[in-house]
Ligand binder design. Structure first.
Ligand code: PRT
Ligand code: MG
Length: 214
């Protein structure tokens, strides 16, 4: 495939990448929320967008299913990011990775006493690293969604999840007790494509770089 294929996920990443694409002279000609198409055309004949699950973006780009893509740091850290060139922090889709517990759970004293804490999360790599750095013993419980439910049902004492406004935690009577890291989305580029399609990819990186929000 000559031309450039970009992998994006629907929702906030797609929406927040649009202004960056625009700076590169690329307008997506279909709306992913109403179209059922998975491959979207753009105002540039040599550029197309493929819609994939957020967690699949690194896999597509790594294996050449797309030349470049946009993925959250959370997704990249869990994936491992091997063989991916990551030239830009786009500063979009920003949030933080945090530890949260039920408002009646005394996290500080559980940590102080060295008790084993049951932690439910979709982000097992990030969580394992975090608690191991702190020397806190945890039993990790892998979940694929609705982490907030785990402490409420007794499945876990704590969760590791993304927090943006904090409204989801609040609505479920959970409190943030530790901020693990700030998260934003990165541009990722396939290594081989970077050589074979050097000029158009350089231009894209350059244009994105000039349009990164404050
Ligand atoms: O939703 P889906 O299951 O299809 O896939 P996904 O969740 O992987 O994709 P998407 O589009 O929801 O998230 C894509 C990327 O956006 C993530 O990988 C993050 O890097 C980034 N991002 C930024 C967020 C948030 N903010 C965010 N708030 N991803 C998820 N959330 C969720 C969070 O998990 C929690 O459930 O929103 C909820 C908390 O939001 P607040 O505002 O109530 O705190
Ligand atoms: Mg989501």
């Amino acid at each position: 495939m000559s031309g450039i294929t970009l992998a994006l996920s629907k929702g906030r990443i797609f929406e927040e990448t649009l202004p960056l694409l625009k700076a590169a002279g690329i307008e997506v000609t279909e709306d992913p929320e109403t179209s059922r198409k998975l491959i979207l055309g753009t105002s540039r004949a040599d550029v197309r967008v493929v819609l994939v699950r957020a967690t699949d973006v690194p896999t597509y780009v790594q294996n050449g299913g797309a030349d470049a893509g946009v993925a959250g740091l959370d997704v990249l850290l869990e994936h491992g990011g091997a063989n991916l060139y990551q030239p830009l922090d786009l500063r979009i889709a920003r949030c933080r990775m945090s530890v949260a517990v039920r408002d009646d759970f005394d996290y500080a004293s559980a940590v102080r006493q060295g008790s084993r804490i049951r932690v439910a999360t979709k982000y097992t790599s990030i969580a394992r690293q975090h608690f191991s750095d702190k020397g806190v013993h945890v039993d990790l419980i892998k979940l694929y969604g609705s982490m907030e439910l785990a402490p409420l049902t007794g499945l876990a004492d704590a969760i590791v999840d993304l927090v943006s406004t904090g409204k989801t935690l609040k609505a479920n009577k959970l409190v943030e007790v530790e901020r693990i890291m700030d998260i934003s989305s990165r541009l990722v580029v396939n290594q081989a494509a970077l050589k074979l399609k050097r000029e158009p990819l350089r231009a894209l990186i350059e244009a994105f770089s000039s349009a990164i929000p404050e």
